[in-house]
Design a protein around this ligand. Structure first.
Ligand code: F3S
Ligand code: F3S
Length: 103
């Protein structure tokens, strides 16, 4: 099962460098979904990195998440405002951890 496409209606627990975090945020093991335009479910992300390579406008950068059971780094959508909605990231993620929705 991939990211919940309705996650934006969950309460935003926190904000990190201007990026909202939705759902349960209990680090290091539960990190929630990061981003509003480009959402990455950090609890699903296994640090495959295909999204980072595929994005033509460098929306993502690695963020270290030591102690998380799925992977110890995540694709942080720090530049989500730059997204041009090509959907490459959504299509390449092997665990369907990304949901993109124009504002
Ligand atoms: Fe990049 Fe994904 Fe947007 S690949 S342009 S963040 S749809
Ligand atoms: Fe993670 Fe999927 Fe990207 S596993 S690093 S969100 S391709």
């Amino acid at each position: 099962m991939g990211i919940d496409p309705n996650y934006r209606s969950l309460p935003a627990a926190k904000e990190e460098q201007g990026v909202k975090i939705y759902g349960t945020y209990e680090p290091p093991t539960k990190l929630g979904i990061w981003g509003t335009i480009v959402g990455v479910d950090f609890d699903l992300c296994i640090a495959d990195g295909s999204c980072i390579n595929a994005c033509p406008v460098n929306v993502f950068q690695w963020l270290d998440t030591p102690g998380h059971p799925a992977s110890e780094k995540k694709a942080f959508p720090i530049n989500e405002q730059a997204c041009i909605f090509c959907m490459a990231c959504v299509n390449v993620c092997p665990v369907a951890a990304i949901d993109v929705k124009p504002p």
